[in-house]
Design a protein around this ligand. Structure first.
Ligand code: MN
Length: 201
């Protein structure tokens, strides 16, 4: 029944590219089931309701991020952000950046560890729900950007490279109020090979 509903919808949720238990113990199977199947799929389903009869019908999530405001923006951005988030993880990740990506990180932050410290600081100081991103500008400079709620650096003309979901729904089952521990665990499953592909694009 769910499959039939997806076929009729304008936008179909993407399946995870790995098993629900693949990121354990850093992200548990229970968290992934709620986060993907309930939260992310919920944003896509809501967007399908919202766009009917609007100029956004048939547009991509990215076009809606750049053009829409209000509920359409919020649900399109959350759909895009979550697809980007889930795609960047692997059960067998490349654990550190290499090549051009490492060079860009070193140029912009001084070192890989300094970049990680900056991500941790932005995640800790972001009040409420939101996202922390590594993003590239058009000249190849990298920055760590915190965006509240359904924010996305595409709105600022930046290219997102990875994102940390700091909404409580992303970590509360595993880490309760310990957001910093969830950010530390993020580095264990982030696949720098995938981040590097995003820089090339
Ligand atoms: Mn989330």
């Amino acid at each position: 029944m769910a499959a039939q509903a997806f076929q009729e919808a304008h936008y179909a949720p993407k399946e995870l590219e790995y098993a629900y238990q693949a990121l354990s113990p850093y992200i548990s199977e229970e968290t992934l089931r709620f986060h993907h199947d309930k939260h992310y799929v919920g944003y896509v389903n809501k967007l399908n309701e919202l766009v009917v009869g609007t100029p956004y019908e048939g547009k991509s999530f990215e076009e809606m991020i750049l053009e829409a405001d209000g509920a359409v923006y919020n649900n399109a951005a959350q759909a895009w952000n979550h697809e980007f988030y889930f795609e960047q993880f692997s059960a067998a990740p490349q654990h550190e950046p290499q090549g051009d990506l490492l060079d860009a990180i070193s140029r912009s932050f001084g070192s890989y560890d300094a970049m990680k410290t900056r991500v941790a600081a932005e995640a800790a100081s972001l009040f409420g729900s939101g996202w922390v991103w590594l993003a590239a500008d058009t000249r190849g400079g990298l920055s760590v950007v915190a965006t509240p709620n359904a924010g996305n650096p595409l709105r600022e003309g930046l290219t997102p490279l990875f994102c940390v979901d700091v909404w409580e729904h992303a970590y509360y089952l595993d880490y309760q109020n310990r957001r910093a521990d969830a950010v530390s665990a993020f580095w264990e499953i982030l696949d720098w090979a995938k981040v590097g592909e995003r820089l090339v694009k």
